[in-house]
Ligand binder design. Structure first.
Ligand SMILES: [Zn+2]
Length: 100
């Protein structure tokens, strides 16, 4: 169990301030980070109108997929088997794709 707003920063000790994290994420967050991960799971399901990557789902181009990403064959491969792995989350850059 993790306090979203750490108790040493005034976070309340009630359900509105709790989230469940795995040991690794909890250890990485520590008591200085206020990251609220409760909406993270829903972010994997979010699809954006006009997103070229969201439009790939159901297009028949997906080679592999799981809850985190999908893999498609590159339309202009630089070598045989060249493919693209596309995260399901919409983020501004790759650095936002850190754990969890
Ligand atoms: Zn998208």
């Amino acid at each position: 169990m993790n306090h979203i707003i750490p108790r040493n920063q005034g976070g309340p000790d009630d359900l509105s301030n709790f989230q469940a994290l795995c040991f690794r994420c909890n250890a990485g967050k520590r008591d200085t980070d206020r990251t609220d991960f409760r909406g993270l799971l829903a972010s994997y399901q979010h699809r954006q109108e006009g997103c070229v990557f969201c439009a790939l789902e159901g297009s028949g181009r997906v080679l592999l997929e799981n809850e985190l990403a999908l893999c498609i064959a590159d339309a202009y491969p630089v070598s045989e088997g060249h493919s693209l792995v596309i995260p399901r989350r919409h983020v501004s850059d790759g650095l936002e794709l850190h754990q969890p």
